[in-house]
Design a protein around this ligand. Structure first.
Ligand SMILES: Nc1nc2c(ncn2[C@@H]2O[C@H](COP(=O)(O)OP(=O)(O)O)[C@@H](O)[C@H]2O)c(=O)[nH]1
Ligand SMILES: [Mg+2]
Length: 209
């Protein structure tokens, strides 16, 4: 089947609720296997509750460098002192099957994807306020105070890239943000060129003389 899935880039500062939104999006009945999230490779340490192969593929620096050299990554970047990368092979397979892919990546990765795949759609998620962002970073209780302070500084620099994205959402009311995110994805699925590939047989039958 011809290539008809869409790449959706989703970025936000740490603590804006992006992971919860992505999780809820995938659990929606409308996702129905037609939407998948890419599992990145990272050199950062596994957090309690994280599972290798589900949240990330946890690898060490030499392994990461070897993957870069092999050209295995669609994009990769250093974020908060650790390396993160999106592997190319799995994504290309999914897109070819008409499956849409969510990429939870930072602004550096978003730039690299846009340069290679101009049809990718990008969405930036903002927290409702700076105070709420701080509260969410503290509520997580998984990282040290020093790490949280570092993330707060980085959050501001991440947010300064909001205007490079196609869509901007504020995660104030979770359900509302989820509905809007879902609406963006559904609208893109209905793109005529993509539907023409998906519904090739239907169109042939409908248009038969
Ligand atoms: N460029 C790039 N960024 C990634 C990738 N995977 C995760 N990130 C970003 O790295 C940042 C840190 O992610 P993480 O370690 O999960 O901490 P989080 O802030 O709690 O989500 C987030 O902005 C992610 O979107 C990737 O494969 N490539
Ligand atoms: Mg994350």
């Amino acid at each position: 089947m011809a290539h008809c899935g869409t790449l959706f880039i989703i970025s936000s500062p740490s603590g804006a609720g992006k992971s919860s939104l992505i999780k809820a999006l995938l659990e929606r009945p409308s996702a129905d296997g037609k939407l998948q999230v890419s599992v990145s490779h990272t050199t950062r340490a596994e957090r309690p509750g994280e599972v290798d192969g589900i949240h990330y593929h946890f690898i060490d620096q030499p392994e990461f460098k070897a993957l870069i050299e092999r050209g295995a990554f669609y994009e990769w970047a250093e974020v908060f002192g650790n390396y993160y990368g999106t592997s190319r092979e799995w994504i290309d397979e999914q897109l070819a099957q008409g499956i849409d892919i969510l990429l939870d990546i930072d602004w550096q990765g978003a730039r690299q994807i846009r340069a290679q795949s101009p049809s990718a759609k990008s969405i930036f998620i903002l927290p409702p306020s700076r105070i709420e962002l701080e509260r969410r970073l503290n509520a997580r209780q998984q990282d040290s105070a020093e790490v949280i302070k570092g993330r707060m500084d980085k959050a501001v620099s991440e947010m300064s890239h909001y205007n490079e994205y196609d869509y901007l959402l504020v995660n104030d009311h979770f359900d509302q943000a989820l509905n809007r995110l879902s609406a963006i994805i559904e609208a893109e699925r209905a793109n005529t060129d993509k539907q023409a590939i998906r519904y090739q047989d239907l169109l042939c039958g409908l248009l038969a003389e």
